[in-house]
Write a protein that binds this ligand. Structure first.
Ligand code: 5AD
Ligand code: SF4
Length: 473
């Protein structure tokens, strides 16, 4: 995902683009304000961070900020950060070095670090790097107006308090990253799982679910604005629970908002996903048949050390349940190579699990020890870096083969595709996603579809990343 906007706008999107281009007015639903200051927001990490940036943008817009895509034009630069792996943090340290140079040229520039790194490294950010004016954790965005006032009066400001209640339910996100077709809806925050490798429970705090009423309302408003796809976001959506409403119930309520609205969700947890969720998915055509189900490892011993709460067999059984209810369901996963004490044989078990499941796609990583996590406290990060890298490349090679095979199996099939706009490579082609989340590119052939239209496309060719097709009349 990038920070750029597409050429296709819903009414709200158009407003954001005007704001991004630094024109004088930011229009909220019911207000028109003169913008005097401009913010540049850069986002790293997961979809949740991108969704949070939209909350931050909304708060800044209420303060009269417009948005620019040129950091040189900005009065405020905010970096929404990720701590999940060391290299994610390293990228931000490098960016800060560059911003130091920018700030020398423009001393009035305010620089803020928000998100997971703010939570984890507040002292280091404030004390060691004198450059940062503002440090705000994921549950403290409401305090941005006060904190910015402090910064404007020459102080440095920080709020990294975690909350047990904050869901930002009442803040209408400014769809900063959106293409006008597809939007994120955050349904819960934090995580209670304590997977031993993961820093998220420490940076994002305890799990809490947002009330379903405000989620349904947000989905309805998005449909009215022309959006045709929502992704319900949470660190572990299957443990969503609000006053008797489970994730399965919520999914159904959102599916019922409008049959033209596609519903996606992420991330599911193998120990928590229920048959009821699968039944609801099967029951509604507009719920996309796609599940991101991180496995992390194919070895039961490693899964236990990871504190994942399931075994290899349990995971494979879940996959069977999914295929029973949803025979054509797309599946993706996350895999970690070289977790503490992982043997060659256990690595082979990961490869063999991949062979059995045949994921359509995967996010694959080398294990990266995160300070403060259970694994960092209890286990030695003892798989040599070269071994981790070799195992990761074996995993990636196998996955590429599976992704290619999965795409080739689609040749000859006809899919309903939600048009997102012109393809990146050519304005003679459209692109959009099918139900299983695969990107489909097809020639316009003189048609004039808009982003948000549904079309039928017959697949004629494929690569490991994309399906190519022709419009079906
Ligand atoms: N090292 C490597 N990968 C990690 N992930 C989370 N923590 C780590 C870590 N310390 C991966 C997991 C998770 C995804 C979001 O990031 O696979 O599912
Ligand atoms: Fe991290 Fe596990 Fe929670 Fe995912 S479920 S955010 S991997 S602790």
């Amino acid at each position: 995902m990038s920070n750029t906007t597409s050429k296709f706008f819903s009414p709200l999107q158009k407003t954001i683009n005007e704001a991004l281009q630094g024109t004088a007015y930011v229009q909220n639903e019911n207000s028109e304000k003169k913008t005097t200051k401009h913010a540049f927001i850069e986002t790293y990490g997961c979809q949740m961070n991108f969704s949070d940036t939209e909350i931050i943008a909304s708060i800044l817009s209420d303060l009269g900020y417009g948005f620019t895509q040129q950091e040189q034009e900005a009065d405020l630069v905010l970096i929404n950060t990720c701590s999940i792996r060391e290299n994610a943090e390293q990228k931000v340290w490098n960016r800060l070095k560059h911003l130091k140079y920018l700030k020398k040229q423009k001393p009035s520039l305010m620089v803020g670090i928000v998100g997971c790194m703010a939570e984890r490294l507040r002292y280091k950010l404030l004390d060691e790097e004198q450059l940062v004016d503002l440090v705000v954790g994921p549950d403290a965005y409401r305090s941005l107006p006060t904190l910015l006032q402090e910064v404007e009066s020459g102080q440095r400001a920080v709020n990294v308090l975690l909350s047990r209640e904050e869901t930002y339910a009442d803040i209408a996100p400014l769809r900063y990253h959106s293409n006008g077709v597809s939007a994120f809806i955050s349904i819960m925050r934090g995580c209670n799982n304590m997977c031993s490798f993961c820093v998220v429970p420490f940076t994002r705090g305890r799990e809490r679910s947002r009330d379903w009423q405000s989620i349904v309302k947000e989905a309805k408003e998005l449909v009215e604005l022309g959006y045709r796809e929502v992704t319900l976001l949470g660190q572990n959506v299957d443990s969503y629970y609000y006053e008797g409403c489970t994730f399965a119930d919520l999914l159904e309520k959102v599916a019922l908002v409008d049959s033209r609205l596609r519903v996606r969700f992420s991330t599911s947890h193998p120990k928590d996903i229920t048959d009821r969720v699968l039944e609801v998915m099967a029951g509604y055509e507009n719920i996309c048949k796609f599940i991101h189900l991180p496995v992390q490892s194919g070895s039961t011993r490693i899964l236990e050390l990871m504190n994942r709460g399931y075994t290899r067999e349990w995971y494979l059984d879940k996959i069977e349940r999914i295929r029973y209810y949803l025979p054509n369901c797309g599946l993706s996963t996350d895999i970690i190579a070289g977790f503490c004490s992982e043997t060659e044989e256990e690595h082979q078990q990961t490869l063999s699990l991949m062979e059995i499941v045949r994921f359509d796609s995967a996010f694959m990583f080398c294990y990266s020890e995160r300070p403060g996590t259970l694994a960092a406290r209890k286990f030695r990060d003892d798989v040599p870096e070269t071994v981790k890298k070799r195992r990761l490349s074996e995993i990636i090679d196998l996955q590429n083969q599976h992704s290619r095979e999965s795409n080739f199996r689609d040749i000859g099939k006809v899919f309903t595709v939600l048009v997102e706009g012109d393809s990146k490579r050519s304005s003679a082609d459209y692109c959009g996603r099918n139900d299983q989340n695969k990107m489909v590119v097809f020639p316009k052939q003189g048609t004039s579809f808009k982003s948000g239209d549904y079309v039928k496309v017959k697949i004629t060719a494929a690569s490991s990343a994309t399906l190519l097709g022709q419009l079906q009349s």
